[in-house]
Design a protein around this ligand. Structure first.
Ligand code: MN
Ligand code: MN
Length: 464
């Protein structure tokens, strides 16, 4: 007699084969919307504006202009971070459900004095933002997105390198023929230095004999004609250099999506879609929090380390005429729950040795729950309690969310943090939860469509 198969194990299966055709159609439609979003929004400001515009269209109102009866509210922070709140059936005093994602991504920023002239070329100097492998950014098409604020406060917004007939910008790598000493003898981190990340921006020169920097002058004249700007205007500017590539389906069967900035705009987008998709108020007040500056430590007024979460809660309390005293505020925080919506590292078949195979995220197995992040003995991590982890596990199981558990890598291999510890410091139970990514922080990151869709399902269940 055959022995009965044990049902004590949690089995992971390829989810594609279990999805019905209508489910796959829904997933493909969601993926299409996400790809479109990725191509429109390559900076935090663009993501902020995208969310603001869509939210307004769908009935959210700025909290400053809201009437007492308004339940769908927008709280914007300097055009770089944005929160949406949907007041729940229960009073805010019973706590809220927050999903926090970051909408900044690793990239190159233009230096404030970017122009140099060398080798009969004009070049733009950059200062990289966040954890990049510098060698990945050379010899590939790059676009420039940004804002310049002129002395009189006038804002100039631009994107160059995205349209089919736009020029792109390139940092030329060294030919292999001459790389033996200056590159091959070095570590990959030193192969391209920060000061070598300069983009070619021009080769034409002005005729003026007295002009010393003839090539820069040519470019500046061009920019002055187009935008009315001069060299000094670059000082008061946020200009980001991002990959010019379009997000696309990956693979014969189109089961993956490749694109720039999945980390963490994938969670920003899915959290936005989850709150925007609520047909009625959830049990608790839902808050989608999209923050800036995570990639450089969550500092500054738009980062998760600021008092913004407190400020948002106080604003909601004022809107609901709840007395804004600290005891009530703390009691709200202590009754609240949060998902730190950020990406995890998926198993890369070419680098299996960095993962603990028993505790690794696998692309296509669904949204990842990480009880803790951090590195070297859970240092610098918010660790969710067993109780809160059980709550989330139960919620996902009840709502048929495909989920998996993972740590970032082998214990001694490295690590990384998220905004979880800055959310939980207010007394909010917080756990990390998001899709697994391949090639994280590279100019072209990969995600499984299943994991994108299951993240959306997980966040929707959390808000409901
Ligand atoms: Mn992230
Ligand atoms: Mn990151």
């Amino acid at each position: 007699m055959a022995k009965k198969k044990s049902n004590l194990f949690r089995e992971m299966k390829n989810i594609w084969s279990q999805f019905t055709t209508p489910e796959i159609n829904k997933l493909e439609k969601f993926s299409e919307g996400y790809i479109n979003f990725l191509n429109l929004c390559k900076t935090e400001r663009e993501t902020h504006d995208f969310v603001l515009e869509k939210a307004k269209k769908n009935g959210f109102v700025s909290i400053e202009k809201a009437k007492k009866s308004d339940k769908k509210l927008i709280i914007s922070n300097r055009g770089r971070a944005i929160a949406l709140a949907y007041l729940g059936k229960k009073n805010l005093r019973e706590g809220f459900r927050l999903i926090g994602a970051h909408i900044d991504a690793p990239r190159l920023d233009l230096k404030q004095k970017p122009f140099i002239e060398e080798g009969n070329m004009s070049l733009l100097k950059t200062h990289y933002y966040g954890g990049i492998k510098k060698y990945q950014w050379v010899s590939r098409p790059l676009a420039i997105h940004g804002v310049i604020i002129k002395e009189n406060g006038k804002k100039i917004t631009f994107q160059i390198g995205e349209k089919d007939n736009d020029p792109v910008f390139v940092i030329p790598d060294l030919l292999p023929h001459l790389a033996r000493k200056v590159q091959y003898s070095k570590t990959p981190a030193e192969m391209i230095t920060g000061e070598q990340l300069n983009l070619i921006c021009g080769g034409k020169a002005v005729e003026d004999k007295d002009e010393k920097k003839k090539l820069i002058a040519f470019v500046l004249e061009l920019l002055n004609k187009e935008f009315g700007i001069k060299e000094e205007d670059f000082i008061s500017a946020d200009i980001e250099v991002v990959p010019a590539d379009k997000a696309k389906d990956v693979g014969f069967d189109r089961s993956f999506i490749g694109g720039y900035g999945h980390d963490d705009r994938i969670c920003g987008y899915t959290a936005f879609r989850a709150i925007d998709g609520l047909k009625a108020p959830g049990e608790y007040t839902a808050i989608a929090l999209l923050v800036d500056k995570e990639e450089i430590g969550s500092d500054g007024p738009t980062g998760a380390q600021s008092n913004w979460i407190m400020d948002i809660t106080l604003k909601l309390m004022a809107h609901l005429k709840i007395d804004g005293n600290i005891a009530i505020l703390n009691s709200i925080f202590n009754k609240s729950k949060a998902l730190s919506a950020d990406v995890s590292a998926g198993l890369n078949p070419m680098f299996k040795e960095v993962h603990d195979i028993n505790n690794v995220a696998i692309s296509g197995y669904g949204v990842v729950i990480s009880k803790f992040t951090g590195s070297g003995g859970k240092y610098s991590s918010n660790e969710a309690t067993a109780e809160f982890t059980a709550f989330v596990r139960n919620l996902f199981n009840k709502n048929n969310v495909n989920w998996q558990f993972a740590e970032l890598g082998k214990v001694d291999e490295g690590g990384g943090g998220t905004i979880a510890k800055y959310v939980s410091k207010w007394g909010i139970d917080t756990i990390d939860c998001g899709p697994a990514i391949l090639g994280m922080h590279s100019p072209y990151e990969i995600v499984s469509k299943i994991d994108l869709y299951e993240s959306f399902k997980a966040y929707s269940a959390f808000f409901k």
